[in-house]
Ligand binder design. Structure first.
Ligand SMILES: [Zn+2]
Length: 281
């Protein structure tokens, strides 16, 4: 056997990673969603959690999972940007989606005072209501927080004991925010933000403080294309296959091998989201 193909075989066996945040229902994937999933599989991304950001996208995410059982899982929730639309009908719709075993978390939900696309009191109400849904359904929460740390912790902390678990998705903060989330026994989701020379320095400094058994990796595709990716894809769209690149950057940041970070983050994702055992190929 030629030496090079043997190396490739070993590499593929080692890499088994889970993208815990992919916005696969985004219309930028409409033309080539199956090709995107094939490239993800070829890059070692064996399972993906499709992010729901509204009732409509959560329904779409659930349907996508039905078409790819065992590979795709979904969250169901209303992003703080859409909090003004959250009402009793939304809660009912999310509750029925959460009855689907492939829908493994509530969210993304939380607070975003950076964009302030929805009034802050509407954001607080929608967030609190989704924490209730998570407690009732005994599913973890997929959390979004931007420029709203104090208000976010104020709402989440008193409810934490009712929740089975949660992840602070797309964590970009520093040591103090990290400590607060670890105190709440949350998992920490790291995206390609870590690859950004300009904006990612605080995150890179905090990275070694994340316990290995709390670390998760995600692309947040089609957003947050890793800035140092070469060559850059046309159109600048991020996709789950690039999780392998993020894994390498995260592994360098915590001074561990990519294989050990792959194994740990995969086990963490399976534990948090209660993913079924996959048959080993
Ligand atoms: Zn988010």
């Amino acid at each position: 056997m030629p030496r090079s193909s043997r190396v490739v075989t070993i590499r593929r066996e080692m890499l088994q990673i889970i993208d815990i945040g992919a916005n696969l229902t985004h219309d930028s994937f409409d033309a080539d969603r199956d090709a995107v999933l094939s490239r993800a599989a070829a890059a070692g991304v064996t399972r993906l959690i499709v992010t729901g950001t509204s009732v409509t996208s959560s329904v779409q995410a659930g349907a996508l999972c039905e078409a790819h059982p065992g590979t795709l899982f979904a969250t169901a929730g209303v992003h703080p940007h859409h909090a003004a639309d959250f009402d009793a009908h939304s809660a009912t719709a999310l509750r029925s989606l959460l009855a689907n075993p492939a829908v493994v978390a509530v969210g993304e939900c939380g607070l975003d005072f950076f964009r302030d696309f929805a009034p802050r009191d509407a954001q607080r109400r929608a967030f609190a209501a989704q924490l209730d849904l998570a407690a009732d359904s005994e599913k973890p929460v997929f959390l979004h927080q931007r420029d709203a740390h104090d208000a976010f912790v104020e709402i989440l902390a008193p409810q934490r004991n009712r929740l089975v678990g949660g992840v602070a998705h797309c964590f970009t903060g520093g040591a103090a925010e990290l400590a607060a989330y670890l105190d709440l026994d949350l998992y920490i989701g790291v995206t390609g933000w870590v690859c950004d020379e300009r904006r990612g320095s605080e995150l890179r400094a905090a990275l070694p403080r994340i316990p290995l058994d709390r670390l998760l990796i995600e692309t947040d595709a089609p957003y947050l294309l890793p800035r140092d990716l070469k060559p850059k894809p046309q159109g600048g769209r991020n996709e789950p296959a690039f999780l392998a690149h993020i894994l390498e950057r995260v592994a360098a940041g915590v001074n561990r091998s990519p294989a050990s970070v792959a194994a740990a983050t995969t086990a963490n994702a399976a534990r948090l989201f209660g993913l079924p055992e996959t048959p080993t190929a």
